[in-house]
Design a protein. Sequence first.
Length: 387
Amino acid sequence: MPSSPIRKLVPYAETAKKKGIKVFHLNIGQPDIETPKACLDAVRNSDFKVLEYSHSAGNESYRRKLVAYYAKNNIEVTHNDIIITTGGSEAILFGLMACMDAGDEVIIPEPFYANYNGFAIQADVKVIPIKSSIETGFSLPPIEDFEKAITPRTKAIVVCNPNNPTGYLYSASEMEILKEIIIKHNLFLFADEAYREFCYEGTHTSAMHLKGAENNVVLMDTISKRYSACGGRIGAFVTKNKQVLDAAMKFAQARLSPPSFAQILGEAAVDLPDNYFDTTKAEYKRRRDTIVSRLNSIKGVFCPNPGGAFYAMARLPIDDSDKFCQWLLESFSHNGATIMLAPATGFYSTPGLGKNEVRLAYVLNEESINQAMDVLEEALNQYPGRV
């Protein structure tokens, strides 16, 4: 198993804090937005004498509520098309295990969410990366690149929309290109849509909107970022393909059931008013505008404007992002503070890529972001490996 590029530097951050240094955490997508009170109250006020297993597919009441949630996003499913999972992570793993055999290949545009690689290793599946470029803002690679990568062992393509780690929002036309590929080659499209609500330019096109590809699409979802409920560990595996669903259910039954309290929280979340996301989305957009503007104002730094999620990838004038991110925590502080970033090398599968890139999660308030950018600017002035 590979180390998490997001969490592997935690010991260095803990040591820095013990020295009295303030650490601005821009390394991980842990929102500081409060979890909705109505959701927490639903858990606090739950009344039962036995904390039982739920159905392996999740509580039927919650799955029926999700049908209404998806309908608001023009996604037409029934509660029997949904398996509630232990976080979006389990939904991804279920997809790989249910649809692929050992030695099969999955194509993923890189940089990609680091845990895709870990889940593929668990499933004994080979990741075939296709490089996207920071110069194009990490748009979908050309269709020719996909065609070249497809072999008899290829079984699926993974897309995260909006994207983690790049924040790129795939357009309707790019999603149609993916539909053309999966239908032509009879592949699955695993669609991670954890950040569906956070689109700042343009609108979100779900893989479930692709007409004629319903049997090829598997939607992987989560409440973690949507409702700032990362610790609840509740996700969803959604597909109209009954064979895939039946195979995934075997894995769901093997782990017995998803978390009970968090299903109560998730069910209450569906009842939040339709305008709930307006404030949160506006807040993230302000943070995005702040961090992208500050990054691009620093000499030698380039950061494309992400269209969604709450991540930005930046190219820095440094020799090695792993060394730089560790140096920030071990050897540097400015006005009693330092900054924790995620080195981009962990989001690429191709060795050598991402050496001068980092991912930043703009999950702090604007004042903290500005202070963190002051720290970063000074760090780049002092870093011995600046290039």
